[in-house]
Design a protein around this ligand. Structure first.
Ligand code: FPP
Length: 241
């Protein structure tokens, strides 16, 4: 390990594209939803390891704006899984100091799910140990479009002047408003693309594409990804001095 890497800080904010649930299930001759259930169980181990690994913010991609194209059975199964996950995990998330937030467009989600999401956000709003953000019906392009729409209304009503719109102003309209940009973006399952996740926010993130399917992704693999991150040199478009 180089002198630089041993001194480099850990990633404060890690975003994860939890890919490979379907293939994991199919390789066992099981339906895709079986893989999503296994994937949901995996979240706890990764989340619990965050404090000791120095990760304050964890953002996970649970359902994209494109995922509606899946079969009605898979979509409905995922929505039920999200509801059950919230009901089952709420108390433990609250007691373990996790602050939960949701990003994405809630208008297309069922009210029963949105109510549970609102309730969990409220229940955990005073926690500060780890900030877990769950992206449901989230798409980076959709988020920028929604942000632009809100910004346009503010311009129209005179609350914002076009000359004040810059790189500092626009993020205030994004779903991630209070979150820092991700330092590291991990995608499991061997696919090397970001699939419309955090397009604005991940402009300078480090990317780590891991071959393991999400239900097999362990705490040790997470720690290894963080170690690889620490060995990288981040320049943010500048030069090292
Ligand atoms: C991608 O794998 C995964 C998803 C679209 C769903 C992610 C959901 C979970 C991990 C579980 C539920 C989450 C919460 C927050 C309770 P894929 O199905 O596209 O895998 P494949 O590429 O192998 O088909």
């Amino acid at each position: 390990m180089s002198e630089f890497s041993s001194q480099a800080p850990s990633a404060n904010h890690v975003a994860i594209i939890m890919d490979g649930n379907g293939r994991w299930a199919q390789s066992r001759g099981r339906p895709r939803l079986f893989g999503h259930h296994a994937g949901a169980k995996r979240i706890r181990e990764i989340l619990e390891s965050c404090p000791e690994l120095g990760v304050k913010y964890l953002t996970i991609f649970a359902f994209s704006t494109e995922n509606w194209k899946r079969t009605q059975e898979e979509v409905a199964g995922l929505m039920t899984l999200f509801r059950r996950y919230i009901i089952r995990e709420s108390q433990s998330l609250k007691e373990s100091g996790v602050r939960v937030r949701f990003i994405g467009d809630r208008t297309r989600l069922e009210t029963t799910l949105v109510d549970l999401m609102d309730e969990l956000e409220l229940m955990t709003c005073e926690n500060d140990l780890v900030h877990l953000t769950i992206a449901i019906n989230y798409g980076g392009r959709d988020e920028v479009a929604r942000a632009t729409r809100r910004l346009a209304y503010d311009v129209k009503s005179g609350r914002l002047s076009p000359k004040d719109i810059d790189e500092e102003t626009l993020p205030k309209y994004l779903d991630t408003l209070v979150l820092p940009d991700p330092d590291l973006l991990i995608r499991t399952s061997g696919e090397a693309r970001i699939s419309n996740f955090l397009l604005w926010q991940a402009a300078y993130s480090e990317y780590d594409f891991v071959d393991t399917l999400w239900p097999d992704f362990t705490r040790e693999m997470f720690a290894q990804a963080l170690e690889r991150y620490r060995k990288r040199t981040r320049k943010f478009g500048g030069v090292l001095i």
